[in-house]
Write a protein that binds this ligand. Structure first.
Ligand code: CUA
Length: 651
């Protein structure tokens, strides 16, 4: 029997076997199925059992059978241990966005234990974030947001452990978390923007953080061009990752979705799913190809320096106008169709764009972009591969071994494919780059792998952030958690190891090796928040570390300085007048790890945490005359319940 016939037989076996392994969740379409079978035929991906062998291998030679057996033996699922026993620590920090909860969350990986919530855009009752004076000022009167993308600051192509950046799609902001305390320390409003979606820091150094506006609006949005969508535009905004100042913006005609940066600091990228400039679904889906915007950062900064900019809105931020056609600032690489994610391979060579409405991902060779900008080749010539990965590809992660993992929304699978083979397949249809598909549950959005967004991608764990979790957890009523799944990708075969319910609605995560992040155990008394308290203390001649004072600040305003040390407040009582604006500034003198106190006043909507060696302040209006107990809400001591005092409100 000829070799090809043997292979055909094996294909038949795999086809019948596939029927067995498919469940209702994967809803494979034609493309998906074909892709799977091609993949199985070429790389011998698992799924062949004794039953199938008995069904139809009669025609194969022994040599072929032995060969097939050897290939299958090589298909070993990963053997990583996801169990982290009590007392042991995880290997990775998972940095999760919290979506419309407005938070960031820290998970331990691989245990998937949630180890911290970091309130950012939201008001948080536990910590007082959004209610205490400093966070309230930072939030500018808002207490909701929609965080999508979390990224850490970089140095030399990998994480530097200093900052976490996150977008607010709802209110067009970029926030930063200081990793020493895991607290938000800065927030920047992005001008001329709506729907700030994709963000990405530069990877060669903590330089710029690039932010995409997803929604096209009139520019400026001051009542002009209301009914003229053709005149709308969107901004690619550069924010200094250190000062958090907006440096410049580039105005383009289409909307921008996900963002990425290269590894050298030359280019940034934005997928555009609405090159049509449509304002309804039909209009946005009309074109067969949209594009990847490629921004030439040096050319843009040169234009800013030479003041080749336009004025939009208040004109404080220089705007480079790159609307309409390709030029020195922006080139548009055609990508089918309404692309969503763009992710850089860890070797820095390829930007992988997911087709969303096309079953393909487009691989853009970043090394060809200099020639695109020089006019030597057409933008589309930078596309070097376009493998079919399944229906609804959204995002791609990498294992550092040449494989890519694309989340497939409609098929509910993660497709593993080989980048080099995909490039071969672009010219040679007989090559199949698809390695394997694994079902996820269900409708996966983002995916990311351990250190995947760095040059140190290590190919151990992959997270599938599934949007739907129906039937994976106990029924909890109409509103479901999401399902963040952990997959072992260390072997040649993927292995699903954990279902992780997540409060709505994480969008993205990155997995950072634990040796990179070094938070402090007690609060470092520096940075913008402490400048805020020290200014007040100086004004009042107060030493925050030891003074307890009630200072009347003119009519109707009182400042109360106090310290705390378990289990007492330094002030057992203070007196104010009904209707006074009372500002309590509390310093926790306990410099012991994990010994937080706080300040809660009965019936006044006042509650905040004060961490070891921290100071925090909160302002409220004293209510009707009477006695109001204030107490420490954090269980700090055997006499925690006794840690309280009286606010005496006089008429
Ligand atoms: Cu301090 Cu409870």
């Amino acid at each position: 029997m000829s070799k090809s016939t043997g292979r055909d037989d094996e294909k038949k076996i795999r086809a019948s076997e596939q029927e067995i392994v498919e469940d209702g969740a994967s809803q494979p379409g034609k493309t998906d199925r074909r892709g799977f079978m091609r993949g199985a035929g070429l790389v011998g991906a698992g799924f062949i059992g004794a039953g199938a062998l008995a069904k139809g291998v009669g025609g194969s030679t022994w040599g072929e059978l032995l060969q097939a057996k050897a290939a299958r033996a090589a298909d070993k699922p990963g053997q990583l241990d996801a169990h982290v026993p009590p007392g042991k620590l995880d290997d990775y920090y998972g940095l999760w966005s919290g979506g419309q909860s407005g938070e960031i969350r820290l998970l331990g990986i691989p245990s998937m234990r949630e180890i911290k919530r970091i309130p950012v855009m939201n008001r948080d009752s536990a910590t007082g974030w959004g209610r205490d004076d400093w966070s309230k000022q930072l939030l500018g009167g808002r207490d909701s947001g929609d965080t999508h993308h979390v990224h850490m600051s970089y140095k030399d192509g990998t994480y530097d452990g200093r900052y976490i950046y996150v977008n607010d799609k709802a209110n067009a902001r970029l926030a930063r978390v200081d990793c020493r305390t895991m607290e938000c320390d800065a927030m920047t409003d992005i001008p001329n923007s709506q729907g700030t979606h994709g963000i990405f820091p530069q990877r060669h150094d903590t330089g710029l953080v690039l932010c995409n506006s997803e929604f096209r609006t009139p520019q400026p949005n001051d009542g002009r061009d209301l009914d003229d969508p053709k005149a709308y535009g969107a901004m690619h905004t550069a924010i200094d990752g250190e000062s958090m100042e907006v440096k410049w913006q580039v105005l383009v005609e289409g909307n921008m979705d996900l963002c990425a940066t290269d590894y050298e600091g030359k280019y940034s990228f934005a997928t555009c799913y609405n090159s049509e400039g449509g304002v309804n679904l039909e209009g946005m889906m009309a074109a067969d190809r949209d594009h990847l915007y490629v921004f030439n950062l040096a050319a843009i900064e040169k234009a800013v320096k030479q003041k080749k900019t336009i004025k939009v809105g208040d004109g404080k931020v220089p705007v480079v106008d790159a609307r309409g056609k390709d030029g020195p600032y922006v080139q548009r690489v055609p990508i089918p169709k309404s692309p969503h994610g763009v992710n850089m391979s860890p070797d820095g060579k390829y930007a992988v764009c997911s087709g969303k409405l096309s079953p393909t991902v487009s691989v853009v060779d970043v090394r060809k972009l200099d020639d695109v900008f020089a006019g030597k080749i057409k933008p589309r010539d930078a596309v070097v591969a376009e493998p079919e990965v399944g229906l609804g590809p959204l995002h791609t992660a990498f294992d550092g071994r040449g494989n890519a993992y694309t989340s497939i929304f409609i098929d509910s699978v993660i497709t593993k494919w080989n980048i080099d083979k995909a490039i071969e397949a672009f010219d040679d249809e007989s090559v199949d780059p698809i390695v394997e598909k694994i079902d996820v549950h269900y409708q996966v959005g983002h995916t990311n792998a351990s250190m995947s967004e760095t040059k140190e991608a290590d190919g151990k764990w992959l997270i599938a952030l599934c949007k739907f979790s129906k039937d994976r957890f106990l029924n909890v009523g109409p509103l479901h958690h999401e399902n963040d799944q952990l997959i072992d990708i260390s072997g040649s075969k993927m292995r699903l190891v954990h279902d992780g319910p997540a409060y709505p609605e994480p969008h993205d995560c990155v997995l950072v090796r634990r040796d990179i992040i070094h938070p402090e155990k007690v609060t470092p008394r520096d940075g913008p928040r402490f400048a805020f308290y020290e200014k007040m203390a100086k004004e009042d001649g107060v030493n925050l570390m030891k003074d307890n004072k009630v200072i009347r600040k003119g009519k109707g305003k009182v400042r109360v300085y106090m310290t705390s040390a378990a289990p007492v407040y330094s002030l057992g009582e203070f007196r104010v007048k009904s209707g006074d604006e009372v500002q309590v500034i509390q310093t926790n003198l306990d410099g012991i790890e994990d010994l937080s106190h706080g300040f809660c006043v009965s019936n006044h909507d006042v509650n905040m945490v004060v961490n070891p060696m921290d100071t925090r302040s909160i302002t409220f209006t004293a209510g009707a005359p009477g006695v109001y107990w204030y107490y420490c809400p954090w269980f700090c001591h055997a006499l925690h319940l006794e840690m309280r005092g009286r606010m005496i409100v006089e008429a």
